[in-house]
Design a protein around this ligand. Sequence first.
Ligand SMILES: C[S@@+](CC[C@H](N)C(=O)[O-])C[C@H]1O[C@@H](n2cnc3c(N)ncnc32)[C@H](O)[C@@H]1O
Length: 207
Amino acid sequence: MGRILAAFYDLMLARAERSCLRAWRAELLADAGGEVLEIGAGTGLDLPHYRRAQVRRLVLAEPDPAMRRRLGRRLAADAFTAGEIVDARAEALPFGDASFDCVVSALVLCSVGDPRLALAELHRVLRPGGRLLLLEHVAAAPDSRLHRWQRRIDPLWRRCAGGCRLVRETRAALVDAGFAVDALERRELRGVPSLVRPAIFGSAPRR
Ligand SMILES: C[S@@+](CC[C@H](N)C(=O)[O-])C[C@H]1O[C@@H](n2cnc3c(N)ncnc32)[C@H](O)[C@@H]1O
């Protein structure tokens, strides 16, 4: 991400947070409980939405040092004692098999270098019956005008937006990695450029 993007991250997301993300985060995380891992936790915008009474342990994995510093400040201010921060990429998680009841990914699978490896790791660290809770922007419907624009702009977008990709087929990758996707909803993000509006939202249990 880098220091500049990290410094402006909350500001860049402010309109989307007001328009939909704040409500979506609260809805998604109402279901998070037990031992929870959040990947790419960023500046900690999810933190206020966890239900403390049902989260026994919260591990916030974030590989970017500038984002991690902001996350640390937010966690300290929040006084969420069950929370701990770990320097880790989703593709190489420093946890044993079946360590978590729940994994959370919010706007991260667009940015990971190797989504297949990352999803294999998320599957590995989840306990049988565990759930991946996700909120991700994804590729538009194939053959749509928006999809053609996403493909055109993707190389430039990737360079300017910290490695974020516009054309990730996350739903198909989840199926390949062994997650059930029946409960995932297609949604439209608001308060963002149209290129990043198509999204998926919900719970994907580990099969
Ligand atoms: C768009 S931000 C989302 C931050 C936060 N989850 C949110 O909802 O605001 C993407 C985050 O993913 C992190 N990230 C990038 N590559 C990653 C990887 N390979 N594994 C885990 N996190 C990654 C970035 O450092 C950044 O904090």
